[in-house]
Design a protein around this ligand. Sequence first.
Ligand SMILES: [Fe+2]
Ligand SMILES: [Fe+2]
Length: 263
Amino acid sequence: MELHENKLIAEIEKLKLDFIKTTEKLIKDVKRQDKIMTRSDKRQQQEYDELQSKFAEVEALQKEIEDTQKEVVFTMGAIGESRSKETGNHVKRVAEYTYLLAKYSGLPEKECEMLKQASPMHDIGKVAIPDAVLNKPGRFDEDERRIMDTHAQLGFDMLQSSSRPLLKMAATVAYEHHEKWNGTGYPNKLAGEDIHIYGRITALADVFDALGSARVYKPAWDDERIFKMFKEERGEHFDPNLIDIFFDKLDEFLLIRDSMKDV
Ligand SMILES: [Fe+2]
Ligand SMILES: [Fe+2]
């Protein structure tokens, strides 16, 4: 009997030892696994951090490109305007007005943003107009008027060959900002919706700002006179729908004008 008991105890002892061995091995395995995990976690984190910093770099570069583009575009517009003694704020206000008109015409946000950047270049063609014509005080004679009017075509010629969508848009703006809804504008006497919406929008924004500012050949008009003219030119010079938007949102246009006065 005792023998049998001893055998049993020995077996239990052996089982106990086996159990301890197995447990120790398990613990070791778990610990090793843990180490491996931490190491790969670390590596993953490192890779993630590297990616993040690359993203940030690309983003900064993208922003730099966009900012440069905006500045170049404004500068080009301002060059066109300054040749004819207009202020730098003129193109900035025109940019804001075109944005509003585009937005309330229902153009997608991205296009509104683009037009805001492209519209300041409407008079870029003026860089090629002789000073004597450009800065002549008083009325143009027929020849001078003809020369002056070429600035739309000239601007288009300068920009159209670009493959950049923004400059392509600016080419359209330069080309069509003197067309009139009733077909009496230049250079192509386009009428109604044959005039690109970018041209129609910039036309209104440009004239609104030009009338309200003093120029070499005229004093600034007061609001009453501008509004009367806009009502008369609804469906004549200007797209009737855009005139409606203008009066509908007049507060917003005047707010822009007041916040970006010439100094
Ligand atoms: Fe113009
Ligand atoms: Fe202008």
